[in-house]
Design a binder for this molecule. Sequence first.
Ligand SMILES: Nc1ncnc2c1ncn2[C@@H]1O[C@H](COP(=O)(O)OP(=O)(O)OP(=O)(O)O)[C@@H](O)[C@H]1O
Ligand SMILES: [Mg+2]
Length: 293
Amino acid sequence: MIESVNVTKKFGDLTALNDLSLKINKNEIFGIVGPNGAGKTTFIRIVCGILSPTSGTVYIDNIDIRKDDADLKRRIGYLPEEPNLYMRPTAYELVKYFADLYGVSKDLFEERAEELFRLVGLYDRRNSKVESFSKGMRQKLAFVRALIHDPEILIFDEPTMGLDPATSKSIRDFILEYSKDKTVVVCTHYMEEADYLCDRIGVLNNGKLVTSGTPGELKTLIKKENIFEIEVENPEKVIKNLKDIKIIKFKGDKIIVSCSYKELGELLKSSEGIIGIHSKIPTLEDVFIELTK
Ligand SMILES: Nc1ncnc2c1ncn2[C@@H]1O[C@H](COP(=O)(O)OP(=O)(O)OP(=O)(O)O)[C@@H](O)[C@H]1O
Ligand SMILES: [Mg+2]
């Protein structure tokens, strides 16, 4: 659905994107993660047609974005990193203004505005002025503004930045609920968010795609050793049988070790008093730090 082909973007001497090629499939939620300054927002702004690449291009549904196709732009809903909202109008008036810009008919507007305001939980406040809204309410309003014309490609730049855990969760659930049958690109610094939302994730660093894959695939990338947490009744007895198994640390009645599955099997046969064994799986945060250090 979205294909970036050798996209380079330079700002003077600075190369923000360096020969970036990637494909985002129809109806998937694709996450972009990477350190500050990695080029995430630059990429997103190129996809939305706000910035032009220095070289290379992006195809959306096989249409070259360099064509500056107004119909194509109408198929995109963009939530910017810092949504600049007009403060004076009411939430309803603001959304109506953008619906008019997109040529949404009056009936369709009323129907969609009600649906979206209800979905984000702002329906009762739709007639309040934007200036009276809290940060979280403004972010929710920015979603309504971005989606009022029923776009099929949704591009969200850090949708939950600076929001409290409950508001962030309601926004994530909204994205999941709303994104069925849509293609979604989401930039985030929150690894649990990427894990929770995304079908696939691309890791950007210094304007380059370091790797991409499902959250599960990325986690196996850095699984160099098997780490197990062994719950024991009597640590003394088990320690005697550890032999070559490397102890990482003791945590109360648990021993964290690094070993192969074979060594673990032998330990199980030879030791009494093992109550449980848990395999420790790396988190996406571990992956992020490993790949972008
Ligand atoms: N309009 C601009 N003029 C000059 N340099 C820019 C411009 N926009 C971005 N850059 C530079 O391009 C690089 C990538 O910036 P970008 O905003 O894409 O990063 P990001 O990955 O979105 O970072 P963050 O996580 O902080 O939002 C940075 O070095 C930034 O300073
Ligand atoms: Mg950014």
